[in-house]
Design a binder for this molecule. Structure first.
Ligand SMILES: Cc1cc2nc3c(=O)[nH]c(=O)nc-3n(C[C@H](O)[C@H](O)[C@H](O)COP(=O)(O)O)c2cc1C
Length: 244
């Protein structure tokens, strides 16, 4: 059974954002997809303390429920990341979760996973969440397959014609990409190349020194430094998984 995780940055379980997502996903449960809704208040997650340990030495110093949430995202076949617009940005709840996953940005940890980015707003936040959130997801290694904001003004969230055309298109992409092995795109390739250069540089600097670097270890352990492109790398990973 294919597993879709919807990470929703609103505490309102029946609010506009959750309702928008349920409308888009309507019918998928009956078709055999498992949908896992995650709200910020479901997990006890503290703010990042800024020590930078996750980048370099060890796991996060904060011991809370973040690893449980991360596992649900990593184990999913496709992820929806959504937030209402709060003062021209995503909610602090969602940003707190992303800050705590900061090392994923340097390791493309989502490894080509298909991701849909959504937001809702009243009147003037049409791009203020979907643009930065899509960028963050791409830096984390996700293949963003669709982005959409639903607003009250102009009326989209209560407009059945708009909702039905958006839902149809997003469902079509979800069903297509969830069946494919992880995919790359031009933004992921650019990101892979620049991060790879950083890791090669770090490797040179740390050569012969007994200094741990968790991110560099991740690149090495996963063989990512050996590949010319992200596309070649994720293809090799999906071949290994498929032969298991
Ligand atoms: C604290 C706060 C700040 C908001 N800021 C904006 C904003 O800058 N622009 C906007 O268009 N809507 C803004 N809104 C409206 C919400 O984005 C909108 O109602 C959203 O659909 C709520 O989603 P929810 O019901 O899932 O929480 C704000 C709402 C709140 C509570």
């Amino acid at each position: 059974m294919k597993n879709i995780v919807a990470l929703i940055g609103s505490r309102r379980k029946n609010g506009n954002t959750a309702t928008f997502i349920r409308t888009i996903l309507d019918g998928l449960t009956e078709e055999g997809y498992f949908i896992d809704y995650i709200f910020p208040q479901d997990f006890q997650i503290s703010p990042c303390v800024g020590c930078g340990n996750c980048f370099s030495v060890t796991e996060c110093v904060i011991k809370d429920e973040l690893p449980l949430l991360q596992k649900r995202i990593l184990d999913s076949d496709l992820c929806i990341v959504a937030s209402p617009v709060y003062v021209h940005y995503m909610t602090a709840d969602l940003k707190r979760i992303l800050d705590r996953c900061a090392w994923w940005v340097h390791t493309l940890r989502l490894q080509g996973k298909p991701v849909v980015v959504l937001s809702t707003c009243d009147s003037n936040g049409h791009r203020t969440v979907i643009e930065p959130l899509s960028e963050i997801m791409t830096f984390m290694g996700a293949n963003v397959i669709a982005t959409v904001n639903g607003s009250q003004v102009p009326n989209q969230l209560n407009n059945p014609t708009w909702l039905s055309s958006i839902s149809e298109e997003i469902k079509r992409r979800i069903k297509k990409y969830i069946e494919l092995p992880p995919q790359s795109n031009v933004f992921l390739e650019k990101n892979f190349n620049s991060m790879k250069q950083c890791m090669i540089w770090k490797n040179e600097i740390l050569k012969g020194k007994k200094i741990e670097n968790k991110e560099l270890d991740y690149w090495k352990e996963n063989g990512m430094l050996e590949y010319q492109s992200f596309s070649d790398y994720i293809l090799s990973v999906s071949c290994i998984n498929c032969c298991k």
